[in-house]
Design a binder for this molecule. Structure first.
Ligand code: FAD
Ligand code: SIN
Length: 537
């Protein structure tokens, strides 16, 4: 029996901070479906620790936040966008608090018990400006936003629904300006592919940490949004700038556990396994230098000494302070037998954040009419060649609002196009599932070894030819067999891996997160140039 097309006014792909914020803003204007591939809270947002950067203190200024962002971005940020996002931040934070978000507070000294927001510090920030909820900021954001969404009758959340591909006018053979008409979605419990249509589709699918073997990201982060937008013909920008977080817990049983930069903000110091500080050789800000510099410093110390990790030491702080400020990090490390109040934490760098993504303006508009992108999936120009810590939650919050305001003031008219049903392969062969898991592991290891913190053209070219072979194999498999979420994610990580490699090969310089030994310095000619890739459809 043919599936009926499910019609909405707004389709939101993803239920992290970007998708939920946008959904709440547009809900008074029409019916919203939030399509999310696992449980509604499962997102990078949910694991955010450090907090949200915003100017809320008298000691701070927009100018200083702008300067720190530009400095971290290594010459590639778009200053107008940086300024807009920084300046709109405080108003969006106030709305989040009104919605029920509980940030950590502290008592104002000599004030008879009056309280103010507690501000944390992270790498590259010249002031304390990170609003946080202890060390579980993201969990608290998801709680507050999901509670607000639950109270909105116009919003339907569809969990375990995997967005496969965007439906566009060009794919249907229309040669006019490309327009997004809807999405094909795998309903995981029935394994059926459903068709959703709406004049507005928001990509809020987050990042792609799972493209790498070691990552701080949860399993959802497979770059689906970038891969879908690329297949649909949208421009994808600056994918070479993958941020490696310097301090992921190093323990054989710990999967992807981040040790927040806020630990260094509160005095934590990086040391070699012999207990010697080393970051002073790399930057005057030592352990709190911008992230690209600290991650490279650790990588180079590990290569020099042959050690498989370094240490992060905060034991000089009082135990009670550590436990109150970092309850989640303390408890999690304790589970692995590490008492962070008494001993240093073994850490390694791991893939953390995608600075590039689907090219948008600051209202989330892509090159495809009706298709918007907000949050980690998007490349607005805020982060440039390296994101300043805690600027991503800020960007998602501000740009979700801007996209919603833009759409409300300039509604996209519904389309008359007839959307065909999904055509499925008709074979399933359990024996072949090994191909999926093998290729998945191979891509992630290849990216870690050849397209990691330090690159060379030769390694990038090797990686490119292997990914091309894997893509051919995956494509064949894709058309022959019934789609599963594992196969869809494999196809997407292969596409994103290819985009990262092609972008890195296009940039003949080292800048921010793109460090290439064949061109060890920045090239002034590339200072304001984005690497942009479009699928020739
Ligand atoms: P996400 O929160 O990742 O949400 C993506 C959503 O899309 C999820 O619901 C996912 O299931 C869904 N999805 C993905 N693909 C599909 C598909 N095909 N179909 C349907 N649904 C799909 N940033 C900061 O600013 N401050 C921090 O302190 C901070 N700490 C971090 C700590 C960790 C461990 C990590 C991993 C990241 C951290 N970041 C931090 C980065 C920040 O959390 C993310 O950039 C941000 O949360 C991204 O929000 P988002 O809404 O764009 O995407
Ligand atoms: C952290 O807490 O170290 C993560 C902050 C970020 O990624 O912005």
């Amino acid at each position: 029996m043919p599936n009926q097309i499910k019609q909405f006014d707004f389709l939101v792909l993803g239920s992290g901070i970007a998708g939920l914020t946008f959904a709440l803003k547009v809900a008074p204007h029409g019916k919203v479906a939030i399509i999310t591939k696992k449980h509604r809270a499962e997102s990078n947002t949910n694991y955010a620790q450090g907090g949200i950067a915003a100017v809320t203190s008298k000691e701070d200024s927009f100018e200083m936040h702008v300067r720190d962002t530009l400095e971290a971005g290594a010459g590639l940020c778009n200053e107008e966008i940086v300024r807009t996002i920084v300046e709109e931040g405080p108003a969006r934070i106030a709305e989040l608090i009104d919605l029920g978000m509980r940030f950590s507070e502290r008592e104002i000294p000599r004030s008879n018990g009056a309280r103010e927001l507690d501000l944390g510090k992270e790498g590259g920030h010249s002031k304390r400006r990170i609003l946080h909820a202890k060390d579980v900021t993201g969990r608290e954001i998801e709680r507050a936003l999901l509670a607000a969404v639950a109270a909105q009758p116009n919003i339907e959340i569809l969990e375990n629904h995997f967005a496969i591909d965007l439906i566009t006018s060009q794919k249907l053979g229309d040669e006019g300006h490309n327009r997004c008409l809807g999405v094909y979605v795998l309903e995981k419990s029935t394994q059926r592919v459903e068709t959703f249509s709406a004049p507005v589709v928001l990509l809020a699918t987050g990042g792609c940490g799972k493209v790498y073997l070691y990552t701080t990201n949860p399993d959802i982060a497979t770059g689906d949004g970038v891969a879908m937008a690329y297949r649909a013909g949208a421009a994808v920008a600056n994918m070479e700038f993958i941020q490696f977080h310097p301090t992921c817990l190093y323990h054989p049983k710990a999967k992807s556990f981040l040790v927040s930069e806020a630990v260094r903000g509160e005095g934590g110091v990086l040391k070699t396994i012999e207990g010697v500080e080393f970051t002073d050789h790399y930057h005057p800000l030592k352990s709190l230098a911008p992230r690209d510099i600290v991650a490279r410093a650790i990588d180079s110390e590990m290569k020099r000494s042959g050690a498989d990790h370094v240490l992060l030491d905060i034991t000089h702080q009082p135990a009670q302070f550590i436990i109150e400020r970092f309850p989640n990090i303390h408890a999690t490390c304790l589970q692995y037998g590490i008492d962070i109040t008494k001993e240093p934490i073994p850490v390694v760098p791991a893939a953390h954040y995608q600075c590039g993504g689907v090219l948008t303006n600051m209202d989330g508009e892509t090159e495809i009419v009706g298709l918007y992108a907000v949050g980690e999936v998007a490349c607005t120009g805020l982060h440039g060649a390296n994101r300043l810590a805690s600027n991503s939650l800020l960007e998602a919050l501000v740009c979700a609002d801007r996209a919603a305001q833009r759409i409300i003031s300039h509604p996209v008219p519904p389309s008359e196009a007839r959307i065909p049903e999904w055509q499925s392969g008709n074979a399933s062969n359990a024996d072949e599932l090994v191909v999926v898991s093998h290729n998945w592991d191979e891509i992630r290891r290849l990216m870690w070894d050849y397209v990691g913190i330090v690159r060379t053209d030769k390694r990038l070219q090797r990686a490119q030819s292997r990914i091309a072979n894997l893509q051919a194999e995956i494509q064949e498999y894709y058309w022959d067999f019934i789609v599963t979420s594992d196969l869809l994610e494999l196809r997407n990580i292969a596409t994103v891996a290819d985009l990262i490699i092609r972008s890195a090969l296009q940039r003949p310089e080292s800048r921010g997160l793109n460090y290439n030994l064949d061109y060890p310095n920045p090239d002034p000619d590339w200072a304001q140039r984005d690497t942009i890739i479009r699928n020739p459809i």
